[in-house]
Design a protein around this ligand. Structure first.
Ligand code: ARG
Length: 459
């Protein structure tokens, strides 16, 4: 049991207490960030004349050696150390002797862990952003290929008006663009460096905090040392953005599960992304979509958990905050894993375009357009609504769609109808006449797709 703080104690820590308190089993995940931060700290200490150049070089070389050996598996991070900070420091002293004991000058584990966590979160924001971009590229491809693929648009899960697959997928494109911009906001807001805040009140050493901030790619140092060591807002913001990403993927998954069912048959999930049943030979289950939908719960759980942990903590650092790590790491793994699999699933999925179009036709999705036809011929909208309602009832009775009624049947209900009604309610007219910004008409969709392309090139 290697501890950094034995001096004041006369008794060994109880083994159970030691295990309860230790964080090495999970904070070993950011050994790279811990070493990156220490190297910057040491460079600054030397620049300020607090360490000699030789000490700096020895420490830096020692830290690089530890990094290399952990990466290659030569050096194992074990539970003999309380946390990753103790592990690195103890190993450094083993390697280079007394100079290693100076690493922690003007620093506390409180500003150190705040830095490590920020560096880790920042790296993971960049990774997640890259995965979101890949998903957007997959969606963009589906949009490009499906400007004229008609399908029913739903409200209340009832067929409402015809749209296109490009338009439907375009809605998700918007969501994932917002997700990326949320991550970018968080990254910008969190990008201040806590190193040099010490335990809570700064230090009496003449540290150059601007310098370490710059070395580590931050916009500048944090402004209040107590806030620096007790701020986990960026973790909350990250988990909130992650919860939203999962919510978006979960809604899409739910639709894919429906579309993949025998009742819809809009899509066929690729064999590589489905599984079978141990008893029912006919089954091809959408497990990936179901797991994405299911795992949304654990990311929501992480957000609720950290919000609750933080709510009662007095300033400044308290050990409660160690609880931020496992749940954040789990959420990061979950979101990244789901994004990668979800992208694979949607980009290999087959669309049954004929079934989509037939479904749009059979569900009276052109009823609004039939009413609009009457309005264009001088019938007040409310009367038109009633007339088309009666037409729909006739169709339901006969088991046919609106375009299968004869002109006589139309005229029986309203003499205003003429031969051109069939053209007015064709899927093509219904969709292609919707040309306002944001609508599914092909011309506006072309514009959206061009804007998307530019966005993907620039972001
Ligand atoms: N393992 C601790 C954490 O994750 C590191 C900071 C410990 N600081 C302290 N004063 N005990 O928060």
């Amino acid at each position: 049991m290697a501890q950094l703080w034995g001096g004041r104690f006369t008794k060994e820590t109880d083994k159970l207490v030691y295990n309860f308190n230790a964080s090495i089993s999970f904070d070993q995940k950011f050994y790279e960030q811990d070493i990156r931060g220490s190297k910057a700290h040491v460079a600054m200490l030397a620049k300020q004349g607090i360490l000699t150049e030789t000490e700096k070089e020895d420490i830096t070389k020692g830290l690089d050696g530890i990094l290399e050996d952990v990466r290659s598996g030569k050096l194992e991070i074990t539970s003999a150390y309380e946390d990753i900070h103790s592990f690195v420091e103890a190993n450094l002293i083993d390697r280079i002797g007394d100079a290693g004991k100076k690493l922690h000058t003007g620093r506390s584990r409180n500003d150190q862990v705040a830095l490590d966590m920020k560096l880790y979160v920042r790296d993971e924001i960049d990774e997640t952003d890259g995965l979101l971009k890949k998903l957007l590229e997959a969606l963009q491809k589906i949009m490009e290929e499906n400007i004229h693929t008609y399908m029913p648009g739903f409200t209340h899960l009832q067929k409402a008006q015809p749209v296109t697959l490009a338009h439907h997928v375009g809605a998700y494109f918007e969501m994932f663009v917002r997700d990326r911009s949320r991550l970018a906001d968080i990254r910008k807001r969190m990008n201040t460096c806590p190193l040099g805040a010490g335990a809570l009140a700064g230090t009496t050493y003449p540290l150059d905090r601007e310098y370490t901030a710059q070395l580590l790619g931050f916009d500048g140092p944090t402004r209040n040392s107590m806030d620096s060591v007790s701020d986990r807002d960026y973790v909350i913001e990250l988990l909130s953005a992650f919860a939203t990403i999962m919510m978006h993927m979960s809604r899409f998954s739910e639709e894919i599960i429906l579309w993949n069912s025998n009742e819809y048959r809009f899509v066929e999930i690729d064999d590589a992304y489905s599984t079978g049943s141990s008893i029912m030979p006919q089954k091809k289950n959408p497990d990936i979509a179901e797991l994405v939908r299911g795992k949304t719960g654990r990311v929501y759980g992480a957000l609720t958990s950290i919000l609750t942990t933080m709510k009662g903590i007095p300033l400044a650092y308290n050990k409660d905050m160690q609880e931020d790590k496992e749940l954040t790491f789990d959420a990061i793994d979950t979101v990244k894993g789901c994004l990668a699999l979800f992208t694979g699933m949607v980009s290999t999925m087959q669309f049954h375009k004929k079934n989509m179009e037939a479904s749009a036709k059979n569900g009276f999705t052109n009823a609004t357009d039939a009413a609009d036809y009457l309005v264009n011929h001088g019938v007040p909208f409310r009367d038109a609504h009633g007339i088309v309602g009666r037409l729909v009832l006739t169709c339901i009775d006969k088991g046919i769609s609106l375009d299968e009624l004869s002109l006589e049947e139309y005229k029986e209900i309203s003499p205003v109808f003429e031969e051109d009604i069939y053209d007015a309610i064709s899927m093509q007219t219904c969709v292609e006449k919707r040309m306002t910004i944001g609508a599914p008409g092909p011309e506006v969709m072309e514009q959206v797709i061009a804007q998307n392309r530019r966005y993907l090139e620039e972001n």
